[in-house]
Design a protein around this ligand. Structure first.
Ligand code: BV8
Ligand code: ZN
Length: 272
């Protein structure tokens, strides 16, 4: 990792220490050190082996529900074998410092499934929005996690809309069926589909009151999620970006730290 500039780290740490409300947006990069491939990294990125149009769209599912279901199901089972990394854990520490709520990491999911994540109180001083569908933030112990693109464990009936969580081994059938006989699909936001209104509304609320915005491990390519960074910059909120490569936002943020989230986030949190 390139050595961090001490003065830059000290200034960013001061912003963090003085912040009253922190909003975080994470992308696939924060889970990379847990062994989960990102989307757009050369060679290892998921989209380098697959075309998004072939797998992450409603048309792709309509064309070949079995293929799309298997791809998501294999990702779901692989993610269960991965562990949160120090980047996830640093955000847990930051949340606990800001909210005073100290709760241990939630155990790896069991067959019975997890305890439902607590709703994100709007008065909280910390909001974590993630584009990731791997739930590693929750497994690390983050409590205020808002999922912009859904979760791999969540499957929705295309007939009656029932949402069920799947844990443990691969599904027994492809595509899986609901009690009503309908086909179940991943409860994931695909390209061309709207993001959950509740989460987008919470993001607008958080943007209005946050005085520090952290963008971690995202290429900033996918909207409307990346639009949250635009809005933070346009509203003159301090923005700290932690990413392995520059992004379209890099020239406009308050601080850009180039490197691994699992190394930089703990340094930043410990420096406050
Ligand atoms: C919608 C599914 C409308 C789950 C995903 C403007 C406004 C609105 C929409 C659009 C718009 N312009 C274009 C659109 C359409 C489209 C879009 O954004 N296209 C892009 C590609 C141009 N958006 C949509 O279709 C959205 N829907 O707008 O609907 C609508 C409204 C009403 C009614 C009907 C329709 C839906 C977008 C969501 C699509 N679903 N995934 C899944 O399969 O996982 S997107 C996919 O990309 C993932 O969710 C992923 O999280 C997301 C973003 O990618 P990143 O997380 O940033 O990952 P990436 O690999 O790109 O980058 C990782 C970064 O980490 C890299 O920079 C790398 O350098 C860095 N890194 C690597 N290792 C580390 C690291 N950094 C730190 N540490 C490390 N160790
Ligand atoms: Zn059903």
């Amino acid at each position: 990792m390139n050595p961090l500039d001490d003065a830059q780290l000290a200034h960013a740490a001061a912003l963090l220490r003085d912040a009253h409300h922190v909003m975080v947006l994470t992308g696939a990069g924060i889970s990379a050190e847990s062994g989960i491939p990102t989307f757009r990294d050369p060679l290892t990125g998921l989209w380098f082996n697959y075309r998004p149009e072939d797998l992450a769209t409603p048309d792709a599912f309509d064309r070949d529900p079995r293929k799309v279901t298997q791809w998501y199901d294999e990702r779901r089972v692989k993610v269960l074998q991965c562990q949160p990394n120090p980047g996830h854990l640093a955000l847990v520490e930051l949340e606990q410092r800001l909210t005073g709520e100290r709760a241990g990491p939630s155990p790896a999911p069991t067959r019975a499934g997890p305890s439902p994540a607590p709703a994100a109180p709007t008065t909280s001083r910390f909001h974590l929005f993630t584009q990731n569908v791997d739930r590693l933030h929750q497994r690390a112990g983050s409590r205020n996690v808002l999922e912009l693109h859904g979760a791999l464990e969540s499957w929705r009936c295309t007939q009656c809309g029932l949402v069920q969580e799947e844990w443990g081994d691969l599904l027994g059938q492809y595509p899986p069926r609901c009690h009503c006989g309908g086909i179940r699909r991943p409860d994931i936001v695909w390209f061309g589909e709207p993001l959950p209104t509740r989460v987008l509304d919470a993001a607008q609320q958080a943007l209005m009151c946050c005085d520090l915005f952290l963008a971690v491990g995202t290429s900033g390519q996918v909207y409307p999620a990346a639009g949250l960074i635009d809005q933070a910059i346009l509203s003159n909120t301090a923005v700290i970006e932690i990413n392995a490569e520059p992004t379209p936002f890099t020239p406009h943020v308050t601080h850009h730290f180039r490197g691994k989230a699992g190394q930089i986030l703990p340094l930043l949190i410990n420096a406050t």
